[in-house]
Design a protein around this ligand. Structure first.
Ligand code: ZN
Length: 71
């Protein structure tokens, strides 16, 4: 029984060592992959900055809201 425990312990240590040696993910969130969120000025919906429609320093989720909001 004690032998089995020692084997399990060794395996756990080995896994921890392998995990440490392998190149892990860089710490912190990758900001380039996380889109900045902006709020539609008309419906207050949050949309990614990349798909937002900008008009007169305001963001809109679609052309319709841009027209409605800028009127
Ligand atoms: Zn909208």
């Amino acid at each position: 029984m004690l032998r089995l425990l020692i084997i399990i312990l060794l395996l756990v240590l080995l896994f921890a060592l392998i995990k440490r040696l392998l190149p892990g993910k860089p710490p912190g969130p990758d900001e380039s992959r996380i889109a900045k969120m902006v709020r539609c000025d008309y419906c207050q919906l949050y949309i990614p900055h990349t798909s937002a429609i900008k008009h007169a320093d305001r963001y809109y989720c679609c052309d319709e809201h841009k027209l409605m909001g800028s009127e």
